[in-house]
Write a new protein. Sequence first.
Length: 318
Amino acid sequence: MTKRKIQNKHKTQISNNKTLVLVFIIGILNLFCALNFDICHLHVGICHSSFAQVYPQRIIALCPAITEELYLLGVGDRIIGNTIYCSRPQEAKSKIKVGTVTKVDLEKVISLKPDLILATSLTNRQQLRKMEALKLTVVKIPVEINFKEICKNFLKLAELAGKEKKAEEILRDIERKVDFIRQKAKNLPKPKVMVQIGAKPLFLATKRYFVHDFLELAGGINIAKEAKSGLYSREEILRQNPDVIIITTMGIIAEEEKINWQKFKSINAVKNNRIYVLDAYKVCSPTPVSFVVTLKEIFEILHPGVKLEGNLGEEKNI
């Protein structure tokens, strides 16, 4: 055999070996993607491989804000169950009710065969452990205490649903509007404000509640900001003398509380007829979109006569 033939045979062997190695690598990669797909589907229903992306299609939402946010992201049709308090938007009312924010009907949850359960830190821990023991996929969304955390949770929810781009578009618009209101309030007088979220016992919103964020952004001073607890006496409120009193709706109790406060004629808010009742849903369970709507409303309460115009656009789009 000539030297050239030996070299050609050697090159052919090398080429064949390379081909075998390449086929082996491709086989391993395909196997990995297949396994990865199963793992992703098992845990959250997300696979980031270039071959496929599978997102949850049967979702149970255990919080009104989460339900509303899923509709904002355009995936409300994936909700198969939610809580008795999930009433926004209108379509959410027709979903199967699986319990409350804190306690669910486990048998009903199991029967719905969800591929994702969205819970919160308010969901009963024992029930969460049972759901996880049953191999149900549960993601716990933390309860927010400010606007920044609301946005962070919204992005997390969007990632789970495969709607990151839509969420980013919504947040860009909302953050612009929030900043516009913040800047508008910057040079205005800052009234002292009391936000009552409980009557018996009397309970005010401290800085650990994101109601406080509404006041900060709208240009008000929360009289309970530094309080260790939201529990307050009426004597202490008389001493601090708020310029504005905001009562969140607690059924008929809210109107009764408004009448009760009107007896205290020495309080500035009473003297100037600045006692307001707000829907508890607005201040206690906001989405990024409803947050800015409520922020606008609170701004107008704190600064009567000051118009919010320009960068907010039409009110229906806020």
